[in-house]
Write a protein of this length. Structure first.
Length: 105
């Protein structure tokens, strides 16, 4: 217990310093256009990396069958997102389909 607070303070200061350094550096640095274009895809890539395993994995294995209800609801959500470009309708459709499938199956 002796080292808890000093550790927390050091980690907090390191975290603050790292975040502050990016603010200071990026305020004065103009990245090349290629990097700017590449960074636009980071949010979609990270979100896909988080969501894809949740949709595909069922009981610890890749499952591409009709028994994987999350995958079916995810496909519906992807289609709604593609068609409407609206995050609210995407969430409502995906969650609605998942709830209906879980209730009936």
């Amino acid at each position: 217990m002796n080292s808890f607070w000093p550790t927390m303070i050091i980690v907090g200061l390191l975290t603050f310093g790292i975040r502050l350094s990016f603010i200071v550096i990026l305020d004065r640095w103009e990245p090349p256009k290629l990097i700017e274009r590449a960074l636009r895809f980071v949010p979609a890539t990270v979100l896909s990396a988080i969501i894809a395993p949740e949709l595909i994995l069922h009981n610890g294995k890749a499952d591409f069958t009709f028994e994987n209800l999350r995958l079916l609801a995810g496909i519906v959500a992807i289609l709604v997102a593609w068609k409407t470009k609206n995050i609210v309708w995407t969430i409502v459709a995906g969650m609605g389909v998942l709830l209906v499938l879980q209730y009936f199956l």
